[in-house]
Design a protein around this ligand. Structure first.
Ligand SMILES: C[S@@+](CC[C@H](N)C(=O)[O-])C[C@H]1O[C@@H](n2cnc3c(N)ncnc32)[C@H](O)[C@@H]1O
Length: 283
């Protein structure tokens, strides 16, 4: 059995997702590591549960930009909570992967968090989470969907209301889709977005340079067949073209300073804006 064999026949462990779905586990590894730090930016106990469910050996070859993922998680935690507290009662996590914000953030009463991802990823997730529930007064709803398809009917069937303002998040997803798929995705999001809705995305800026050694990450990507399919040189401009006005688009350096990690090696630096953008639906 290879280290990332998705079908550990006789282990009794939940079946691992394949290919791009497996990248969610890499993010969980990074979140579990961050949660162990004394100066952690968040505590995600479920991240450890995902790693434990598959066994440390199975994730030993997963490579991610660990400190970057911690910063990106903190930024989007803050974005989503602020949006919910400002009255956006629906949160939609596009490609939620093993994100457990629905369970671990202190949502205002009445918030509904929708999680969309590929069916096999959500099956794995539910098998590990078991009966974990969202904080009292909030709701977590899982919606299996391929985000290259028209997922709107599945989301509305699950209780999503297009007339109510929504905080959307596409974190760790866009590089794995083609530019054409991303255009379609963001158009579909727009069509479902009432005024004052917000959208946060992460994309990879092709001007990004890497200070650290990323060969292990690239090798891991190609070994599981989950290469990036697109980059975006101007994420705020791209969003503006689809009707979203950028509110915040920190560079990697700004992000490190904002969260008190200025002293650490920035794994990614960019000559332009970073790939992280928080935006609001234009009038
Ligand atoms: C790097 S993970 C990020 C997961 C999560 N957003 C996070 O930050 O922890 C990428 C996720 O995108 C999902 N994904 C990729 N292509 C997808 C598609 N066509 N439809 C739905 N989900 C997809 C994968 O299943 C995986 O969970």
């Amino acid at each position: 059995m290879s280290e990332l064999d998705p079908t550990p026949a006789d282990t009794g462990r939940p079946r691992l997702p394949r290919s791009v779905g497996l990248t969610a586990l890499g993010v969980a590894v990074a979140r579990a590591q961050e949660s162990l730090r004394r100066d952690r930016l968040f505590d995600d106990p479920y991240a450890r549960a995902f790693v434990d469910a598959v066994g440390a050996e199975a994730v030993s070859s997963m490579r991610t930009f660990g400190s970057y993922i911690a910063l990106r998680t903190a930024l989007f935690d803050d974005y989503l909570l602020a949006a919910a507290r400002a009255g956006l009662g629906q949160v939609v996590l596009l490609a939620a992967g093993l994100d457990t914000r629905a369970l671990r953030l202190d949502w205002p009463a009445g918030t509904t968090v929708f999680e969309l991802d590929l069916p096999e990823v959500l099956e794995f997730k539910e098998a590990v989470l078991g009966r974990a529930t969202a904080p009292a007064g909030s709701t977590r709803t899982v919606v299996p969907a391929d985000l290259r398809e028209d997922w709107a009917p599945a989301l509305t069937a699950a209780g999503f209301r297009p007339e109510a303002p929504t905080a959307w998040l596409a974190e760790g997803l866009l590089p794995y889709l083609t530019s054409a798929d991303n255009d379609l995705l963001v158009e579909r999001v727009g069509a479902l977005s009432a005024p004052t809705s917000r959208l946060a995305v992460e994309h990879v800026n092709p001007t990004t340079t890497y200070k650290g050694d990323v060969s292990g990450f690239r090798k891991m990507q190609s070994s599981i067949g989950a290469q990036w399919r697109s980059t975006q040189p101007d994420p705020p401009g791209w969003l503006a073209g689809h009707g979203w006005r950028a509110l915040d688009a920190p560079t990697m350096d700004e992000l490190h300073l904002r969260y008190g990690r200025g002293a650490e090696l920035s794994e990614r630096t960019g000559t332009g804006a970073g790939g992280l953008v928080i935006s609001e639906r234009g009038a």
